[in-house]
Design a protein around this ligand. Structure first.
Ligand SMILES: Nc1ncnc2c1ncn2[C@@H]1O[C@H](COP(=O)(O)OP(=O)(O)OP(=O)(O)O)[C@@H](O)[C@H]1O
Length: 308
């Protein structure tokens, strides 16, 4: 299959200051159609400001193109392709969820409204006044508003906030469903384990600078390469202490975290040699597996590296 190189969103050299204080520095990245992109960074890194710039909710210097069309003060039409939930959704408390939705609905047909309510799971409480909604219900209504008018890019700032585990799971399915239909999603979340499950691509920002933009796999690969000691392989044996002694004597580095002995290598040859030596020394090998990297650890390593 040919790689899809089309870009739905291009952010190029964005700078942004509040008064004398610059908070975004030459921010550039792009998003392809049908991808879920996780925007991650510490508090105050600039995530919300980036999202607001793309959604046309704040001014900036630089260029933003949506579907090949440059956005400007006199050309805001491309923004119609963007739906967003940024900070607290503008929900009227004394109106029902359904009436709130209708207020923003524009040309959305009644049938589409029904579909969006089903997808965001708000149908059951759509007739209740919004002031009686929990935070999670408000979040879902906010996502429903962001999905009106068939956006090609949906921007969600912390949409998992206040959701219980079941709703987080449903939200993940909802986002995947959007992406499968060609819609791109830019999502920020403090729950990195959740982003790890849902994101295809990542944009990492720190102090207003982009540190990484690429696929999740590329992110893990680049972090593993930077660590310099290869992938951690977990080996469970009948006698870990003896096994570690044998491997150390051959010049391999071992450690023991949790229940497993770990060795570091990316070389299949070395791994074979280690296992052969263990077998020759009559060490029972119970299992061999690659340690999974977690977004949270790799993210912290990257941020720390950038601060040096
Ligand atoms: N309206 C504003 N006036 C002045 N400074 C602002 C304003 N909005 C944001 N900032 C500053 O800009 C920087 C980036 O803020 P932003 O809200 O984009 O970060 P963030 O990554 O979304 O943080 P968080 O995860 O805490 O929401 C911060 O230093 C913040 O204090």
């Amino acid at each position: 299959m040919l790689e899809n190189t089309a870009k739905l969103l291009t952010v190029k050299d964005i700078n942004k200051s509040f008064g004398q204080r610059q908070v975004l520095f030459q921010v550039s990245f792009d998003i392809k159609p049908g991808r879920i992109v996780g925007l991650i960074g510490p508090n105050g890194a600039g995530k919300t400001t980036i999202m607001k710039s793309i959604a046309g909710l704040t001014s900036y210097q630089g260029e933003i193109e949506i579907d090949g069309q440059k956005v400007s003060k006199t050309h805001t039409a491309p923004l119609k392709k963007v739906g967003s939930l940024i900070e607290t959704p503008g929900i009227y408390p004394y109106m029902s969820g359904y009436n709130n939705l209708k207020l923003y609905a524009g040309h959305t047909s009644a049938e589409d409204l029904g579909k969006i309510m089903e997808q965001t799971m708000i149908t059951d409480f759509a007739n209740r006044k919004a002031k009686k909604y929990s935070l999670g219900m408000k979040q879902r209504l906010g996502v429903a508003i962001a999905m009106l008018d068939h956006p090609e890019l949906v921007i969600l700032d912390e949409p998992m906030n206040g959701l219980d585990p079941e709703s987080v799971h449903s939200m993940r399915q909802l986002l995947r469903g959007l992406a499968d239909n060609g819609v791109s999603v830019l999502i920020s979340s403090h729950i990195l384990s959740e982003l790890e499950l849902v994101a295809d691509d990542l944009v990492v920002v720190n102090h207003g600078h982009i540190l990484f933009n690429g696929t999740k796999d590329e992110f893990f690969a680049s972090q593993a390469a930077k660590s310099g000691h290869g992938t951690r392989i977990l080996i469970k044996t009948g006698d870990d202490q003896k096994a570690a002694g044998i491997l150390e004597s051959l010049g391999f580095q071992t450690d023991h975290k949790g229940k497993h002995m770990g060795v570091y290598t990316d070389d299949q040859h070395d791994l074979n040699k280690m296992l052969q030596q263990l077998v020759m020394n009559k060490i029972e090998i119970k299992s061999v597996s690659e340690e999974k990297q977690h977004l949270e650890d790799s993210f912290i390593d990257l941020i720390k590296g950038g601060d040096k």
